[in-house]
Design a protein around this ligand. Structure first.
Ligand SMILES: [Zn+2]
Length: 430
């Protein structure tokens, strides 16, 4: 099969009839190129493969066909929608375009783009984990989890996952090798094909990079390899992987001046997050079945979101990871010591009520936000961002209805019924 070079202006016949017209080249990768294309009056992204770069083009096309038909419920996955006709000159598929407000994960990791704050960071981690949970529950794996596949909206941490053409049922391997640093050690060693357990390893790497902004296996030991040859890479990520914060072995610790992010962020992470990563990159390196499952990560990440607090200087932090003074006040890096805020408790969840704090519903959509009263800035309230009415009982037993758009006054002892849940505000932040 010969590979044709496609250009703007080319018209590609689609399997279901009609033609997609290429209007712009968007990017090129190892497997193929991605274009903007117009089909039946709508704009799409069109991915065209170089068939000579695919190990088994027929199997690949068959899998794409299945992906187009089955799809996946989670809106986070940008799935193939429709195949091009098989003309013998290469084939591809249409998918949705990534809206311009989304940034590639790699731009966020190298600090070209900044997420708006800790909510956006933790919510993007929650979205990625929830999407993979759904994928794995449907009996499929992603096979090639790495920083090239994600796009994140910096304002709120919404996530779109691309490169979904490699998604396949367990046991089927499409010949995707994966990206160094993200692949599970057993894949690097050539012992195993990608599956749910290797996806879980890659997920832990993605979460580590998102929260700590560095590589969990790259420390002083790796730096000693003058250049990272393929041999050295196989050793560091496959045969002798060593977590940078392995509690039993400090031979690969992060190096000041090189791994400053990890050093800084590791310190401010709550213990339960440090423990989860330590487990993932010690036990989980060699015992795939012991890796954390998505549900465990989700619980930890929702807890992490409930630990977000802020100083009046605007700096945000996780209260469980914060330094406290002898009076129990939180010590902000700006030098300020502040009283921990009141907290709203909803079942096992809680949020700390600082200005701008958000209460989230089942998913990552905020249902409430802490605001100051415009007339009396000393009064704080929880603004109802949902479409339903809340009822509220103030500490003096006065009852109030909180319609969407209005705010429930925040006092120690206020009770608010949100979507049937009785939530209580108090100073208990333990
Ligand atoms: Zn501060």
């Amino acid at each position: 099969m010969s590979s044709r070079i496609f250009r703007p202006g080319d018209r590609i016949p689609m399997e279901l009839g009609g033609e997609a017209e290429i209007t712009q080249t968007l990017g090129q990768g190892g497997q193929g190129a991605v274009f903007r294309a117009s089909y039946r009056g709508h704009d799409y992204a069109l991915k065209m493969y170089f068939p000579n770069k695919l190990k088994n083009p027929a199997l690949f096309r068959e899998n794409l066909q299945r992906l187009c038909e089955q799809g996946i419920e989670s809106p986070a996955f940008v799935m193939p929608l429709m195949l091009t006709a098989d003309t013998g000159e290469g084939f591809g598929f249409l998918m949705k375009l990534i809206p311009p407000e989304y940034a590639p994960f790699s731009d966020i990791l190298n600090a070209k783009v900044k997420l708006s704050g800790l909510y956006a960071i933790v919510n993007s981690a929650i979205r990625i984990t929830a999407a993979f949970r759904e994928l794995h529950n449907s009996g499929r794996s992603y096979q090639d989890l790495n920083d090239g596949g994600f796009f994140i909206r910096p304002s709120d941490g919404n996530v779109l996952i691309c490169d979904c053409d490699n998604i396949a049922p367990y046991g089927e391997h499409l010949g995707i090798a994966g990206k160094p640093g993200y692949m599970a050690p057993e894949i690097v060693r050539g012992e195993k094909a990608p599956d749910k357990l290797t996806d879980r390893y890659s997920l832990a790497v993605v979460l580590f990079r998102l929260l700590l902004r560095g590589d969990p296996l790259e420390g002083s030991k790796v730096l000693k390899s003058v250049c990272l040859t393929e041999d050295a890479e196989r050793r560091h990520y496959g045969f002798e992987p060593k977590f940078v914060y392995d509690p039993e072995d400090d031979s690969n610790r992060p190096v000041r001046g090189v791994h400053n992010n990890i050093i800084k962020f590791w310190k401010i992470m709550p213990d339960y997050i440090r423990e989860a990563f330590t487990y993932s990159f010690t036990m989980g390196l060699f015992q795939p079945e012991k890796r954390l499952i998505e549900k465990q990560w989700l619980e930890l990440l929702i807890r992490l979101r409930s630990d977000i607090s802020a100083c009046t200087c605007g700096a945000q932090g996780f209260i469980s990871g914060s330094e406290r003074d002898p009076d129990g006040k939180v010590v902000c890096p700006c030098g300020n010591h502040y009283q921990p805020p009141l907290a709203l408790h909803r079942g096992r969840q809680r949020i700390l009520l600082f200005e701008g704090a958000k209460l989230f519903g089942e998913n990552v959509e905020p249902v409430g936000e802490v605001v100051r009263n415009k007339v009396n800035p000393g009064l704080w309230g929880l603004k109802n961002l949902s479409s339903g009415e809340w009822s509220c009982t103030l500490p003096n037993q006065q009852e109030k209805q909180i319609t969407p758009g209005s705010a429930a006054p925040i006092f120690n002892g206020t009770k608010i019924t949100i979507d049937g849940d009785i939530c209580e505000i108090n100073g208990d932040i333990g």
